[in-house]
Design a protein around this ligand. Structure first.
Ligand code: GLN
Length: 538
């Protein structure tokens, strides 16, 4: 029988050490050896999903094909592995408790006291094994969110302890990621925080099999010996993870440290040939040797926290490398565009992206950015709310509908060129109720979109409640804003383009969720290429 092997990744000392990147890098190496691998993230918060979280707190909400609103780490998994994830790849405490409470109400535990152990831990174990049970994967990597020692992570660590015991150490193992702080006064890397972190993991009955140590400076032998002795981990399983120039270097750094071979040995799996990283390394070579540089402005209202736009930025990097272009991102706060001199903020740009978003803060600034891009013929990509702002700008400044707006921002506008979708009108709950996930779109052949996709049938991921109001479509098309992509069943406008412009495209969907290292997204390729042409001819 096919035996799926499990790898658990825990984090110690501090948060934000990059468990997601280590998990994705290891998965990449195992994939490069021919293993089928997927990665799952367990998040210890009580929200059912991050869809109801403020991006300032949690960064971007990543959306999968099946419409799950998930943690941004799933974006890393997809970008690294080039394989899609789904709802099963992200589990939260909220979801676990909801499932257990639903079962309790149905009477599935009749007569029993429902408790964290065994009921919550059983539900966690069930969710961890769901992906493995599909039979599709040789290896499932499960990243436990949070830091060891957090109260809210305890049930997850207990579930991992039980699974290790049930499955045995050749079928499951634990990688613990920690930090070795550097003390500049003494010029040393310190191991004590790692020792303490391993100790608290052990207090929960879990011994790490592998330690991955984040560090600014190389670890010497003494440090490895010391950690091995005090943490009960073999020396060869102590892996240095030195700061990298880009996250895309991490798989090669892990390869040099032998993380993949240690893992395979411990799981009693064939080591095979070294991972095939040729395509990955072709990308890295292009990334590191650009011929051109272009300036792209990213207009949003969460620009203080770059993670809020993670997938967009990564998409520009993928498309940049493919075009031999280094993309310099200029983070522009949409509210600044409402008060400052617009050319000062935008005139140096070779391309403008207006980002997705919700609510009215900063939207007038976004509209001004659209106008500047349209009038100065600067390549423009409007994503979701960005597309809606492009429609409003065109209505106001070209069609002369000066009060045109979205009913999200002004429910009483006389010209609701963006309006709530019919299917959304009766919805009152906010969680998980948007138009989510993958929907089909049919492209017109004479369009920038078709030129980018080379296909008339595409499917892209969505996350919105409002849409282009089709009762205005004729007027828009007559004046030169065209609907070049529509949903074949509902006629919902998915793409708009301005005819008399070198590259002006707005999309109701999120192309950024589908760009990967090996398959940069066609629209980002088209946009960056237009930016390059603009920069060379201006
Ligand atoms: N707020 C807009 C809507 O709900 C756009 C959403 C987005 O940009 N993701 O339609």
């Amino acid at each position: 029988m096919h035996q799926t092997k499990y790898i658990f990744v825990t984090g110690g000392v501090t948060s934000s050490l990059g468990k997601g990147i280590i998990a994705a890098s290891l998965a990449k190496l195992l994939q490069g050896k021919g293993y089928s691998v997927t990665i799952q993230k367990l998040d210890p918060y009580i929200n059912i999903d991050p869809g109801t979280l403020n991006p300032y707190e949690h960064g971007e909400c990543y959306v999968t094909d099946d419409g799950a609103e998930t943690d941004l780490d799933l974006g890393h998994y997809e970008r690294f592995l080039d394989t899609p994830t789904s709802q099963a790849n992200n589990v939260t405490t909220g979801r676990i408790y909801q499932a257990v409470i639903d079962k309790e109400r149905k009477g599935e535990y009749l007569g029993k006291t429902v408790q964290i152990i065994p009921h919550i831990t059983d539900e966690i174990k069930h969710r961890i094994q769901l992906l493995g049970k599909t039979g599709e994967y040789d290896i499932v990597i499960t990243e436990i969110g949070g830091t060891i020692g957090d109260i809210e992570s305890l049930p997850y660590v207990e579930a991992v302890r039980q699974l290790l015991w049930e499955m045995g150490h050749t079928n499951a193992l634990v990688i613990h990621l920690t930090l070795l702080p550097y003390l500049s006064t003494t010029g040393e890397l310190k191991t004590k925080p790692t020792q303490h972190s391993v100790k608290s993991l052990m207090q929960s009955g879990v011994s790490p099999d592998i330690l991955v140590c984040r560090t600014e400076y190389p670890m010497n032998d003494d440090i490895k010996n010391k950690l091995a002795l005090f943490c009960n981990v073999e020396k060869q399983a102590i892996i240095e993870s030195i700061d990298a120039e880009t996250i895309y270097d991490v798989p090669n750094l892990m390869l040099q440290e032998g993380l993949d071979t240690v893992v395979l040995k411990k799981l009693h799996l064939p080591i095979k040939e070294p991972a095939d990283m040729r395509k990955w390394n072709d990308f890295l070579k292009k990334l590191k040797n650009p011929k051109y540089t272009i300036n792209i402005g990213l207009i949003g209202k969460y620009v203080e926290l770059h993670d809020a736009y993670k997938s967009i930025v990564e998409s520009t990097i993928h498309a940049g490398a493919a075009n031999d272009v280094k993309v310099d991102i200029y983070w522009i706060h949409s509210e600044d565009l409402e008060t400052k001199h617009i050319p000062d903020l935008l005139q140096h740009l070779d391309g403008i992206i207006v980002a997705p978003g919700f609510g009215s803060r900063g939207i007038e600034g976004k509209i001004k950015a659209v106008q500047y891009a349209r009038e100065h013929k600067i390549p423009f990509l409007g994503i979701c709310l960005g597309m809606q702002m492009a429609v409003i700008e065109f209505a106001r400044n070209v069609l002369g509908l000066t009060d045109a707006n979205s009913t999200e921002m002004d429910p009483t506008t006389q010209n609701p060129v963006i309006d709530i979708m019919e299917s959304q009108k009766s919805i009152t709950d906010k969680g998980g109720t948007m138009r989510l996930g993958s929907w089909d779109c049919k492209l017109k052949e004479e369009s920038k979109a078709y030129k980018a996709y080379h296909n008339t049938k595409i499917a892209e991921r969505h996350r919105h409640r409002y849409e282009f109001n089709n009762s205005y479509l004729d007027r828009f098309e007559k004046e030169g804003m065209l609907a070049t992509g529509v949903n074949p069943e509902t006629n919902l406008v998915e793409i708009i383009e301005v005819r008399d412009h070198p590259w002006f495209v707005g999309v109701q969907y999120h192309p950024e969720y589908k760009s990967t290292i090996l398959t940069p997204h066609p629209l980002f390729l088209g946009f960056i290429n237009a930016g390059l042409e603009y920069s060379l001819t201006k």
